[in-house]
Write a protein that binds this ligand. Structure first.
Ligand code: HEC
Length: 200
């Protein structure tokens, strides 16, 4: 009997891990932390000009770069999208102004279960921040509403563009990029502190 209880206990712990992963309980929309060192991450796509007068730069964490074309991004993948105010210069090109807001998308095992029924986008969870990194009060249904039709691309808008860009970078230099990045991931706490100081 004692043996059975132990086994049941272990199963409960495992079930807890499945929902929360190694990051604690599954976060809901609006509960993600702002990843301070995201500027050291690989660039997903940059300089996306929007007719609304904005320019967007998107970063992906190293975990996300493990995805291969045709696959979903692995659990632990995180995107950070900076949205800058921008004005049109004479040549028609947009010139970045101030940072307006920062959107984050993060997936973990079972996290999607916290989303309302009919609004689930796999295991992705969303958060929005102001330029100072403070969480914004927004209706997260709007994030899901726009991203939900993209199921075949793991709910990521520029999925195809990203893998095209990756394929156009020749193998060795992409590998080198990842390798040099691996060094950054192994930064000391002191380095991370300094990096976040610079970002502030
Ligand atoms: C009006 C539709 C719309 C809404 C609402 C919306 N998004 Fe997106 N999102 C997009 C588009 C389009 C892109 C691709 C970048 C671009 O071309 O602007 C994108 C890209 C992203 C990306 C980069 C990864 C990717 O899919 O390419 C993140 C992160 C993101 N959105 C988070 C959010 C969050 C967080 C919210 C809510 C606060 C939100 N989005 C609301 C349309 C939307």
């Amino acid at each position: 009997m004692k043996k059975f209880l132990l086994a049941a206990g272990a199963a409960t712990v495992l079930a807890g891990c499945a929902a929360g992963g190694m990051f604690g309980p599954a976060p809901k929309d609006g509960e993600l932390a702002m990843p301070n060192a995201y500027k050291t991450w690989p660039v997903f796509l940059a300089g996306i000009e929007k007719p609304t007068g904005h320019v967007r730069d998107i970063y992906i964490n190293t975990k996300g770069t493990e995805a291969k074309n045709g696959e979903a991004f692995p659990n632990g993948t995180q995107f950070v999208m900076e949205i800058y105010k921008a004005t049109k210069a004479d040549g028609g090109k947009m010139v970045k102004g101030d940072l307006d807001q920062v959107f984050v998308m993060y997936k973990g095992s079972g996290w999607g279960s916290t989303a309302p029924e009919g609004m689930k986008t796999g295991d992705w969870v969303y958060s929005a921040f102001d330029p100072a990194g403070q969480p914004k009060k927004v209706d997260y249904g709007t994030c899901r509403g726009c991203h939900i039709p993209l199921a075949k691309d793991d709910y990521v808008f520029h999925y195809a563009k990203y893998f095209e860009k990756r394929a156009s970078v020749d193998g060795p230099s992409y590998a080198q990029m990842l390798e040099s990045h691996a060094g950054m991931v192994a930064m000391t706490t002191q380095d991370v502190k300094q990096a976040s100081q610079v970002l502030k």
